[in-house]
Design a protein around this ligand. Sequence first.
Ligand SMILES: Cc1cc2nc3c(=O)[nH]c(=O)nc-3n(C[C@H](O)[C@H](O)[C@H](O)COP(=O)(O)O)c2cc1C
Length: 241
Amino acid sequence: MTLFNRSSRSQTSQRTASRTASHSVKSTKDEIDGQSITAYQLGKSDRVWQNGYGTTSDGNDTNRQNKPTRKLTKNAKQLIIYFSRSGSTELLASKIAKASHADLLEIVVKAPYSGNYRKTLSRANSEREAENYPELDMQMPDLSQYQTVYLGYPIWAMTLSHPMTEFLTTYGSRLTGKQIAPFMTEGGYGQGDSVDRIKSILKNQGARDNQYTKSLVVDGNKVEQADSRVTSWVKQIVERQ
Ligand SMILES: Cc1cc2nc3c(=O)[nH]c(=O)nc-3n(C[C@H](O)[C@H](O)[C@H](O)COP(=O)(O)O)c2cc1C
């Protein structure tokens, strides 16, 4: 899979991509559990965005200014579990939370991904080749109250990004019996095999009786325009519950 490796891309255009990215940090008006969201791809035209190639981040998987999101209430029947490096998936998670009143849990890794895109890409490639996914740094709550679990992630190399792979591998069996609602942001190439991977990891981890909803796939630079898609997607899910 050569997508997003782009080794043939010229040095000049790589420099242009990262220079552009560093000027495009966008603080949104949206909040996630009372904390502001900064997303690095928003507002970029497709030409400048280049399918997410070169996107920088805060170097701490959205948590340089924030605490990892963890909103767990007594009565919610829905939980959003997500990972985001550069903020788009976090923004999408916040919109889903608004529409669904679901609880929220952010996936946190011990060693966050670099703010530098090329370093992140190189680390992600090595992790994938070695099937050596990042160690998590989070406390897992009891999931028994939840009927629906939304799983949110950025697409990396046309599949699940590694923190979600590690999360499902570690905690997958706890999702037994849940309705699973996958959502993701990506660089314009679609969901790849990510949903099939969720299904196969959960099966391998012994999770049983899962129902899957249609997935929600949003371009990383267009999450601010996704409100009506989010609302109708969430409505269908709540009705199925
Ligand atoms: C290491 C890496 C690999 C990526 N691979 C793909 C890919 O194969 N296909 C795609 O459409 N987007 C790819 N992207 C783009 C991201 O999916 C996109 O920028 C996403 O919106 C990032 O979400 P986040 O802001 O929540 O981290 C990749 C990004 C990174 C950092």
